[in-house]
Design a protein around this ligand. Sequence first.
Ligand SMILES: N[C@@H](CCC[C@H](N)C(=O)O)C(=O)O
Length: 322
Amino acid sequence: MKIPYIKCHGSGNDFILIDEIEKDFGFSEKEREELSLLLCDRENGIGSDGILFVMPSEKAEGRMRMFNLDGTEAEMCGNGLRCVARHMIEKLGKKEIAIETEKAVLPVSQVEEIFPEIDTFSVMIEPVSFEVDSLPMNFAGKEAVDVKIPELSEERTFTALSVPNPHIVTIVDSVDQEELLSVGKKANDLPEVFPNGVNVSYVQVLEKNKIFVRTFERGVGLTNACGTAMSASSLVSTILGPNDLGTPIVVINKGGLVNCVVEKDNGRFSIQLRGNGTNVYQAEVDVDLGALTFEVSEKQFFAEENATYEKLEAFAASEIGG
Ligand SMILES: N[C@@H](CCC[C@H](N)C(=O)O)C(=O)O
């Protein structure tokens, strides 16, 4: 089976984008899982944090399904949605469209650059809920805001929310990556508390409306960035920290930076996530799922936009002393 794909990323959170609108491969659910396991593998595969399947939709201009590196499907993917938004916006020649995701049809658009020469895409992150049932999380209370989860840490307090994939967020003085790795692993090996697993983020407030976020992603591990996690972290650091509603919050991550605007309307929160959707290269992969082998054709790199992105990356690194 020959599958054309685009290797792309949002803030260094990298994906294999497969356009099923161009060609219907008729993938079964098992094949989507197998493709993710085979192709995302960092050692023996193409290597990526997940696969973005772009599909036809009856409700919007397109549909996104996102599978993690471990073959599980996520309800939502913020960085991935920006890549899909870019792909569909360029394909249709429109600036504003809607994309169907697992839990909602979401508006996406091309917006003002957040960094010089970086084509910027805005995606709406919703529905947002603090109800523990929405993650789900087993907890003695309807919400878990700034609470201890003794199974994870004796000291830290966490806030649980779905956006709509499950997240817990803690605000720290400085991000300890080893601790995050250990807490992330524990949280995803704790079905009695998080039956579906959970994304875990450590957030450092750099200044008002500027934060640094590191995330242990469910189904992947530590990634350069997680769009829904940066959105969740912006919201939590607005409620519990100094950030403002309705104002762009600069979110620095290991792979770059994004802006998040947290809004509250009629008691309901939503978040606009704005950032890059960068194409690294395009190629074709010839996959034999029976033999679990594949071969990649010659890659055509998008050299100019990758060079431009390096400037943003260098700037983001300088913001955190890297
Ligand atoms: N990196 C993504 C989120 C991907 C899904 C996540 N690992 C999950 O299982 O919920 C993002 O940018 O939001």
